[in-house]
Write a protein that binds this ligand. Structure first.
Ligand SMILES: [Zn+2]
Length: 211
């Protein structure tokens, strides 16, 4: 197996096997399956574990960008409850920047962990007033709202956007915070699990930030 089990909500140690896993802080969990180093073999296993849960990434990847991390929260023989991809690459204004895209069912807490927030779901800010940004999925515009991060870790430099896509939370986390300016171009997100053999051409590498 190329992917290791962890807790979706924290970095604590987990124990278990098969369909039964425990986090020492959160008790019984559905594990987050994640590679030690992002590569094609791990992504192929990820696609199998994710089932019908989409794995959204900006598409096409901007020139010079690579996939640095990914994972899914999944029980054996069931569709995943959450998936994420992190990619990074050069930008004109900020040098090397990083973007994580998380799609999850309510209550999983993966997006909040990635965004270093204290709450599990994006909160009441979502859907209040005009959206702050939009992305496109399958040709449809998806509205995103900026999520306040000041009530959590103020030292971790990031911008967080969230909205709803296909009945699930969609989170975009930019690092550093100023990289959120890239969103003005209305990015296209694609479910890369549907790429098939093209997955092998994805560029991997880089050093994702710990969370
Ligand atoms: Zn935990």
């Amino acid at each position: 197996m190329a992917l290791g089990a962890g807790c979706p909500r924290c970095a604590s140690a987990v124990t278990g096997s098969g369909g039964s896993w425990r986090c020492e802080d959160h008790g019984e969990i559905t594990p987050l399956w994640r590679p030690a180093t992002a590569d094609y073999v791990g992504l192929a296993e990820h696609v199998r574990r994710a089932g019908s849960m989409p794995t959204f990434a900006p598409w096409p990847l901007p020139p010079g960008w690579s996939v640095t991390d990914f994972g899914c929260v999944a029980a054996p023989d069931a569709d995943a409850r959450a998936c994420f991809v992190t990619c990074s690459g050069p930008s004109d204004l900020d040098g090397v920047v990083e973007l994580s895209v998380v799609s999850e069912e309510p209550g999983v807490g993966l997006g909040a962990r990635c965004a270093w927030l204290l709450r599990t779901d994006p909160g009441a800010d979502i859907g209040d007033g005009p959206p702050d940004a939009k992305v496109r999925i399958d040709g449809h515009p998806i509205s995103l709202w900026s999520v306040l991060t000041s009530d959590a870790d103020a030292d971790f430099d990031r911008s967080v956007f969230a909205g709803e896509a296909l009945g699930r939370w969609l989170w975009l986390v930019f690092r550093p915070a100023s990289a959120a300016l890239l969103l003005k171009d209305e990015w296209i997100l694609m479910d890369i699990s549907g790429l098939g053999p093209e997955l092998i051409d994805l560029p991997f590498g880089g050093h994702p930030q710990a969370w």
